[in-house]
Design a protein around this ligand. Structure first.
Ligand SMILES: Nc1nc2c(ncn2[C@@H]2O[C@H](COP(=O)(O)OP(=O)(O)OP(=O)(O)O)[C@@H](O)[C@H]2O)c(=O)[nH]1
Length: 599
């Protein structure tokens, strides 16, 4: 294929606007798969993607398209996720493209994620093709959305392509517009090799596999390549493209996107965003690349069975190879042993990692309550960031405690919900920024502490809006707050993984609610169990779980008092030993339910 007939683009849109369905139509039209292999949303191949009906991983496909003017084009496109938690997948894929297909659901119009991805593409100077999807749903009433696109994106109505990914209407027009409007890659086949690693994953048969976009030069089988970041070199054993089936090729030329296998044993030596060159004739500079995105939500992940720790480490590393935004550090908990403190881009991201560890690697896990990263100013004016609440209790000389605030955009159609949603935002310590009235929607913009958003905000919002409100949020700033770290003690012993951070004015009510929940979950023991919540040395809430009274004198019928006394003494000694040993019957399974406590 000659470079002038290659088109690289990403399909981007808000969640559920129909990206994967449109990708299906492209694959069908270009014959990427035969009828037998074709299923709905074929690119959502992960079990979790099928189950949840969302795209989690960006998927790359190379197709041959014969245009209306009978010319052949190679279309390399990337189907990207629409959920904000996976926006790093979108930004990463844009580095491999010259254009974007911005898909808008005609029944919903432009939504927040559509715009943020569009602005990112504009920043990268990518050409945009705007496509209005689902026109089969409301053929008569598409004018308001067209007007909205004209006003917000500034594209004239004649440039908007209309289609229905479901029925196939207008899909050829979309393909024609793509080959016409999106420029070919600007790479040069004769320059030294420069290929950008845009994704990587571990395959049980092939080992580490890289997805690369060749910007300059040619990459061939048996070439000795070099990672420009660390100088490590490898022989290319196999390479090819996805149609979306894995196809083997001999070369990838400048402008192409394909997979490369080169017997990399050490997962740590691969860095997504790195540039690959040839060892013999190396390029002198790196390709422009994407930045690592900072996680927003943190949690400790521990294997339920500590003997599987080694395997668990390997699994975590393999997952991070495939998920650029997932980060981790070893964590040791007195209660749960060794595990990892992991950072995620949001709660859905955390949920997906948890599920992947369970399904793909078969681990039973204990995941601590999600928390955020706090900014702490020390006496010496140094600033530290702490994402593990129990570390806060170990820091001396804190002069300022700052917590992250997010900008929430809560969008809903019915006016009757506005009062209750505002009340909810206020109860979550929200600061109102704006109320935007759109044609058929209202948008409330609030700045809310992130920790409030990740606890029960979504559940409560769904209840008060009968499921009609949707919310998007992004980190805005750190702000000083009067926060306290609350320790949880069981039988006088600090349980590190249960400690939490709360605003001081909520600490007492929150502490006692938490203690009551714990009380309802912990089974009665052979001895009294004291549960306490404390700020420093001050106990702010306390409760007792009464012992199970075992009548040890039951069998002593009649008289002998000294015999009864002896038995009671023995029981007392036994109880003491259990306490000393910390023999509280808190199995890890019970911990699982303790981790999920929401007050
Ligand atoms: N009526 C109609 N429904 C469509 C059309 N295109 C997609 N859908 C439906 O819209 C829903 C979402 O489609 P997807 O293709 O999964 O959307 P997506 O944008 O890939 O979703 P994410 O990857 O999760 O962001 C599915 O139920 C599709 O069947 C269309 O043109 N018309």
């Amino acid at each position: 294929m000659i470079i002038k007939n290659i088109r690289n683009f990403s399909i981007i849109a808000h969640i559920d606007h129909g990206k994967s369905t449109l990708a299906d139509r492209f694959i069908q039209i270009c014959g990427g798969l035969n009828k037998r292999d074709m299923v709905d949303q074929v690119l959502d191949s992960m079990e979790l993607e099928k189950e949840k009906g969302i795209t989690i991983k960006a998927q790359n496909v190379s197709l041959n398209y014969k245009s209306r003017s009978n010319e052949f084009y190679q279309l390399n496109f990337i189907d990207t996720p629409g959920h904000v938690d996976f926006s790093h997948e979108v930004s990463r894929s844009l580095f491999a493209c010259e254009g974007i297909l911005l898909l808008i659901d005609v029944s919903k119009g432009i939504e927040s994620q559509t715009l943020s991805n569009y602005y990112f593409a504009i920043k990268m100077k990518l050409k945009t093709v705007v496509v209005l999807n689902k026109v089969d749903l409301c053929v008569d009433n598409i004018n308001p959305v067209i007007e909205q696109i004209e006003n917000v994106i500034g594209i004239s109505s004649s440039d908007i392509v209309k289609c229905s990914a479901k029925t196939g209407f207008g899909v050829i027009d979309v393909l024609e517009r793509l080959i016409h409007d999106i420029p070919c890659p600007i790479g040069n086949i004769n320059l030294p090799l420069q290929a950008l690693i845009i994704d990587s994953w571990f395959d049980n048969y092939l080992g580490v596999t890289l997805l690369v976009c060749v910007k300059n030069g040619i990459l061939k089988k048996n070439d000795k390549i070099k990672m420009m970041s660390n100088g490590l070199s490898y022989f290319v054993t196999k390479l090819g493209i996805f149609t979306p089936k894995r196809c083997y090729k001999e070369v990838l030329i400048s402008g192409e996107i394909g997979w490369v296998v080169c017997s990399i044993k050490d997962i740590d030596s691969v860095r997504v965003g790195d540039t690959i060159t040839l060892e013999k004739n190396p390029a002198v500079c790196f390709l422009p690349s994407f930045k690592k995105i900072n996680p927003q939500v943190y949690a400790g992940i521990f294997p339920l069975h500590s003997n599987s720790y080694e395997k668990f480490c390997r699994a975590i590393k393999e997952l991070s190879l495939n998920d650029f935004s997932f980060c981790f550090n070893v964590e040791h908990s007195v209660t749960l042993g060794y595990g990892f403190r992991c950072g995620f881009l949001g709660l859905l991201h955390m949920e997906i990692i948890k599920e992947r560890l369970k399904r793909e690697y078969g681990f039973e896990l204990i995941v601590t309550s999600p928390t955020v990263s706090y900014e702490i100013v020390m006496k010496n004016h140094h600033i530290v960031y702490v994402n593990n609440p129990c570390e806060i209790s170990l820091i001396n000389g804190i002069i300022e405690f700052r917590e992250p605030f997010v900008e929430c955009c809560i969008s809903f159609s019915f006016h009757k919900y506005i009062g209750k949603i505002i009340e909810l935002c206020i109860s979550k310590r929200g600061i109102q920024i704006d109320i935007i009235y759109k044609k058929n929607r209202i948008e409330l913009i609030y700045h809310i502490p992130m920790v409030e958003v990740i606890s029960k905000f979504f559940d409560e919002l769904q209840i008060i809006s009968n499921g009609y409100a949707s919310v998007n949020y992004e980190f805005k700033y750190f702000k000083k707050s009067n926060l306290k770290y609350v320790n949880i003690l069981i039988c006088g012993k600090k349980i590190d993984v249960l400690g939490f951070v709360v605003p001081y004015n909520k600490a007492f009510s929150f502490g006692s609610k938490y203690i009551n929940k714990l009380k309802s979950l912990i089974p009665r023991q052979q001895f009294d169990v004291v549960i306490q919540a404390a700020i420093g040395k001050r106990i702010i809430a306390r409760s007792n779980i009464q012992q199970l009274r075992k009548n040890v004198t039951e069998k002593c019928y009649g008289g002998d008092v000294s015999r009864k006394k002896k038995l009671l003494e023995k029981q007392k000694r036994g109880k003491k030993a259990m306490k000393k040993l910390g023999h509280l019957s808190l199995s890890k399974e019970i911990f699982l339910s303790l981790m999920d406590i929401k007050v």
